[in-house]
Design a binder for this molecule. Structure first.
Ligand code: ATP
Length: 390
């Protein structure tokens, strides 16, 4: 689905390449974390997948397409198969929640009927059903990121690229976003996420690709955040440890790997948080906790101490709102040839957009039944997803 062959990216005026001979292959349906210290090349990697940039050497194939062979004119069509989420949300500040999500469908020529069904159902899926008329500045940071995610998935992309999606959010809000990304992945979407969030990487036990100075130094299934990528360890106060214990219980309940979830059904964040209301003992890790808990605890300690001073309130509001990057010249492509019989606009409304289907995507992702229920498992070949790209 994504293939890097000996890819090097050297920016003009720089001495060292940002990416130096990268080989990487991501299969359909994978959830891949890209980790590494600042400047290791994570964002460069995502930009190349998105064809925002071109490699200096090597080849990149995405969805069966050699990206070097896609003309600039066709890049916007190619990108319709990719959803993108960024640290800074990039919402349209002068549009409502509904219009932000609808806009991404309007620019690719979706019918009004499709938009009227797809947008509310997608907003419901991301937990924003009641906030469609709000403007971005009337939402918390986590809610804004949910809008950005809704916008990214409303057209059912094959791949979701997320560049530090929780970077501006407090840990509890970040957890909700991670649950959502996990549910989206369970529905069949390949997720590639660049992150510094050591705790989530450790607990989710997905594939981890670690970059160091533009080189892949680790590619591990079920890996943790790792040493090279780690942030410095900070001293923890007693209060900080308490915050940590609370957070660990919530994070573990919400993001523990699927095999754990089968024997021990995962709680939603709300349920876990409610349990904590009964006191620290209720939320403390169980005696039968799996091996490796100490490491997870240590990772959380580092993270929490870094980003949650115990005496401060969690920050929900982002301070900077940016206009999103233009979607190439998509606005000019409303009448493009993708609007054709049998094309994307003729697809039935996906099952997950059926308003009569109440579901809890997070819980269902834990049991593995989500994709089935949503009817979203992709059976078609990668290459058939690409539409008109030639
Ligand atoms: N447009 C650019 N022009 C010149 N150099 C760049 C450009 N973009 C990135 N770089 C350099 O390429 C290297 C990799 O940057 P990149 O943004 O990919 O790293 P990153 O791992 O995403 O970092 P961070 O975690 O801080 O976001 C860095 O040395 C950076 O300074």
């Amino acid at each position: 689905m994504i293939l890097f062959e000996n890819v090097t990216k050297k920016y003009r005026g720089t001495a060292k390449p940002a990416l130096d001979g990268i080989d990487l292959s991501v299969d359909r349906g994978e959830f891949v974390f890209i980790v590494g210290a600042s400047g290791s090349g994570k964002s460069s990697c995502l930009r190349l997948i998105l064809r925002e940039d071109q490699p200096s050497a090597g080849r990149i194939h995405v969805l069966g397409q050699d990206l070097s062979k896609i003309s600039s004119r066709k890049v916007p069509y190619f990108r319709r198969n990719l959803g993108t989420v960024f640290q800074d949300f990039r919402l349209l500040t002068n549009k409502t929640v509904y219009d932000n999500v609808a806009f991404s469908l309007q620019v690719i020529g979706k019918s009004r009927g499709f938009i009227q069904e797809a947008v509310p159902d997608t907003l419901e899926m991301v937990g924003l059903a009641g906030k469609s008329k709000r403007f971005p500045h009337e939402l918390s940071g986590g809610e804004q990121q949910r809008v950005a995610i809704a916008r990214a998935i409303v057209n059912k992309p094959a791949i979701l690229l997320a560049d530090e999606p929780t970077g501006n959010l407090d840990p509890a809000t970040s957890l909700g976003i991670m649950q959502l990304l996990r549910a989206i992945n369970a529905s069949g979407t390949t997720v590639v996420m660049a992150t510094h969030e050591a705790a989530f990487v450790d607990i989710m036990q997905q594939r981890v690709v670690e970059l160091s100075q533009g080189v892949v130094v680790r590619d591990e299934v079920g890996g943790g955040y790792g040493e090279t990528a780690s942030i410095p360890v900070a001293d923890l106060s007693a209060e900080g440890v308490q915050v940590l214990r609370t957070t660990e219980a919530v994070v573990r309940a919400a993001l523990s790997p699927a095999d754990t979830a089968e024997t021990e059904p995962a709680e939603t964040v709300e349920a876990a948080t409610a349990a904590e209301a009964h006191g620290p003992a209720a939320s403390a890790p169980a005696a039968s906790e799996p091996a490796g808990a100490d490491e997870v605890l240590a990772a959380l300690q580092d993270r929490v101490a870094q980003i949650v001073p115990p005496e401060t309130e969690p920050q929900h509001e982002a301070s900077v709102f940016e206009e999103p990057r233009p979607f190439g010249d998509e606005a000019a492509d409303i009448d493009d040839e993708t609007v054709r019989p049998g094309g994307p606009q003729d697809r039935r409304i996906p099952a997950f957009l059926d308003p009569d289907r109440p579901l809890d995507p997070v819980r269902m992702s834990e049991t593995g039944s989500l994709a089935e229920h949503l009817g979203l498992r992709r059976k078609d070949d990668d290459q058939t997803d690409v539409g008109p790209v030639r």
